[in-house]
Design a protein around this ligand. Structure first.
Ligand code: SDX
Length: 446
C-alpha cells in the first residue's frame, strides 16, 4: 500500500511519489493561494491573471523590461547554454558544422530542421543560386544613395523595397510562396550587399557568377575588377563560409525577436527582414563588430590598453565585443573565429590591431570587473580584424553579419507563423503617467 501523497506531491507512473510540477503562490493581500503548473522550467504569465484582490481587476502581470527572464516562444531552431558556452543549430554543435558543413547546407538545416540529402542540397543550391540576380530597377535606387551612405542603411531600404517587386510575398501562409521568398532573400542578400559596397566606391556593379559557391560569388561581386573570370582565394572563400555558418542564427536575439514581432502582424517577409536588419545595425547587436575596430583604432597601441580598461571600469565606455545577455562563458563562436583569424592573417598578413585585441582580452579575462560580470569575448570581438584583413571597410562588417543571419531570421519567422500559440505581438504595460486631466487653452498655459 503506497503512502498517501502530501499537498505538493504527485504519483509517478510506477506509483512512487514525486514533487508536483507546480508553483504555489500565496497572495498576502488576500491570503488566497494559487497552484500554477511548471512546464519546461517556466510558468505561463497568463496563469498570473487569476491572482486578484477584486474580481473586477485585470489580474497580476509579470514585468520584465528587455525580456531578461521571459520566454517569448517555444522554438526548435537553436539551442544555447550560456553558462557552459554551448551553441547548437537543430541539435548539431556549432563546432561540427563550422568544421564539416557549408553555409548553404547549414541554412537548409536551420530552415528545414534536418541536414539535406545530396539531392535536396543540389536542389536547394540550384534555387538559391538562380535567385541571385536583382531587378534592374533596384540599381536605380541604389544609385540614389549618397556615396558615403552606410551599407546597412542601404540594405534596410533595399530589402524592404523587394516587397514592392514580389507581390506574391504577401501570401505568407502558402508554403510554396514562403519557399520562393526564402530562395530570393538568401540568394539576393549577397548581391544587394555587394552592389551597395561597389556603389560606395563608385565602381561598376559586378553581376553574380552562378558557377561560383555562395561565398565565392559574394567575393566575386565585391572584388572583381577587369579579369574576365574571378577566381576566389580558397582560403578566404572557406573562411567566409565558416563565418557565415557561425552567424546563421542565435535563438531569440534582438533581431530574431524583431522579425518575430514585426512578422506577427502578418506583413510580408521582406518588410519583416528589413526590420531585423535595422535591429542588427545597432552597436549593441550586430553593429558591434564595426565598433570593435573603431575602439581598437582609438586605443591605438598595446601600451594604451590599461588606460582604456580603466575608463571601461569607470563606466565611461564599453569594451565592445565583450559581454552577452546569454553567454556567461566564452562565446563558442569567438573561439572558432579566433582560429580563422590566424588562417586569414597567414595569407593576408597579420592585422596590426590584433595585438591590441589580444591585450584587451588578456587583461579583461584576469580583471575582477569583467570576471564578476562574466564578460567574455563575443562573436563580434575578432570578426572585424578578419574582415579588415580581407579588405572589407568597417561599414561592411554589420552587412557581413546580416547576410548569413537571413537564414536564421527566416527560420524564426516561419516557426512563429506556423505556431498555433502565436498571435500578433502586443505586450502590456505598467502605466504610471498622469490621471485624467483637461485641455488647457493656450492663453491659460504657464
Ligand atoms: C551580438 O543576443 C544575441 O545572441 C546577440 C548575438 C547574436 O548572435 O545574435 O550574439 C550578437 O549582438 C553580440 C553582442 C555584441 N555587442 C557588443 O559587443 C556590445 C558590448 N556589449 C554590451 O553592450 C553588452 O554586453 C550586451 C549588450 C551584449 C549585453 O548586455 P546586457 O545583457 O543587457 O548586460 P548589461 O548591459 O546589463 O551589463 C551587465 C553589466 C553592467 O555593469 P553593472 O551595471 O552591473 O555595473 O556588465 C557591464 C554593464 O555595464 N557590461 C560591460 C559590457 N557589457 C556589459 N561593461 C563593459 N564593457 C562591456 N562590453
Amino acid at each position: 500500500m503506497s503512502s498517501p501523497l502530501s499537498a505538493t506531491q504527485a504519483r509517478k507512473p510506477d506509483g512512487t511519489a514525486t514533487a508536483r510540477e507546480t508553483l504555489t503562490i500565496t497572495d498576502n493581500r488576500t491570503g488566497k493561494s494559487y497552484e500554477i503548473p511548471i512546464t519546461h522550467g517556466t510558468i505561463r504569465a497568463s496563469d498570473l491573471r487569476q491572482v486578484k484582490v477584486d474580481p473586477k481587476e485585470f489580474g497580476l502581470m509579470s514585468y520584465d523590461p528587455a525580456f531578461n527572464n521571459t520566454a517569448s516562444c517555444i522554438s526548435r531552431v537553436t539551442y544555447i547554454d550560456g553558462d557552459v558556452g554551448i551553441l547548437r543549430y537543430r541539435g548539431y554543435p556549432i563546432e561540427d558544422l563550422a568544421e564539416k558543413s557549408t553555409y548553404l547546407e547549414t541554412a537548409y538545416l536551420l530552415l528545414n530542421g534536418e541536414l539535406p540529402t545530396s539531392a535536396q542540397l543540389k536542389d536547394w543550391t540550384y534555387h538559391v543560386t538562380h535567385h541571385t540576380f536583382i531587378h534592374e530597377s533596384i540599381k536605380k535606387f541604389l544609385d540614389g544613395f549618397h556615396y558615403d551612405a552606410h551599407p546597412m542603411g542601404m540594405m534596410i531600404s533595399t530589402i524592404a523595397a523587394l516587397s514592392t517587386f514580389y507581390h506574391d510575398a504577401k501570401d505568407i501562409f502558402s508554403p510554396e510562396s514562403r519557399k520562393k521568398q526564402t530562395y530570393r532573400l538568401i540568394g539576393k542578400m549577397p548581391t544587394i550587399a555587394a552592389f551597395a559596397y561597389r556603389h560606395t566606391l563608385g565602381m561598376p556593379y559586378v553581376y553574380p557568377d552562378n558557377d561560383l559557391s555562395y561565398p565565392g560569388n559574394f567575393l566575386n561581386m565585391l572584388f572583381r575588377t577587369s579579369e574576365a573570370k574571378y577566381r576566389p582565394n580558397p582560403t578566404l572563400e572557406r573562411a567566409l563560409d565558416i563565418l557565415f555558418i557561425l552567424h546563421a542564427d542565435h535563438e531569440q536575439n534582438c533581431s530574431a525577436n524583431t522579425i518575430r514581432s514585426v512578422g506577427s502582424s502578418h506583413v510580408d517577409p521582406y518588410s519583416a527582414t528589413a526590420a531585423a536588419i535595422a535591429a542588427l545595425y545597432g552597436p549593441l547587436h550586430g553593429g558591434a563588430n564595426e565598433e570593435v575596430l573603431r575602439m581598437l583604432m582609438e586605443i591605438g597601441s598595446v601600451q594604451n590598453v590599461p588606460a582604456f580598461i580603466k575608463r571601461v571600469k569607470a563606466g565611461e565606455t564599453k569594451l565592445m565585443g565583450f559581454g552577452h545577455r546569454v553567454y556567461k562563458n566564452y562565446d563558442p563562436r569567438a573561439r572558432i573565429i579566433k582560429h580563422i583569424a590566424y588562417q586569414v592573417f597567414d595569407l593576408m598578413g597579420k592585422n596590426p590591431l590584433l595585438e591590441i585585441a589580444l591585450e584587451c582580452e588578456r587583461i579583461a579575462l584576469e580583471d575582477e570587473y569583467f570576471i564578476k560580470r562574466k564578460l567574455y569575448p563575443n562573436v563580434d570581438f575578432y570578426t572585424g580584424l578578419i574582415y579588415q584583413s580581407m579588405g572589407f571597410p568597417m561599414t561592411m562588417f554589420p552587412v557581413l553579419f546580416a547576410i548569413p543571419r537571413t537564414s536564421g531570421w527566416i527560420a524564426q519567422w516561419e516557426e512563429m507563423l506556423v505556431d498555433p500559440e502565436q498571435k500578433i505581438a502586443r505586450p502590456r504595460q505598467i502605466y504610471l503617467g498622469h490621471d485624467t486631466r483637461h485641455y488647457v487653452p493656450m492663453e491659460e498655459r504657464g
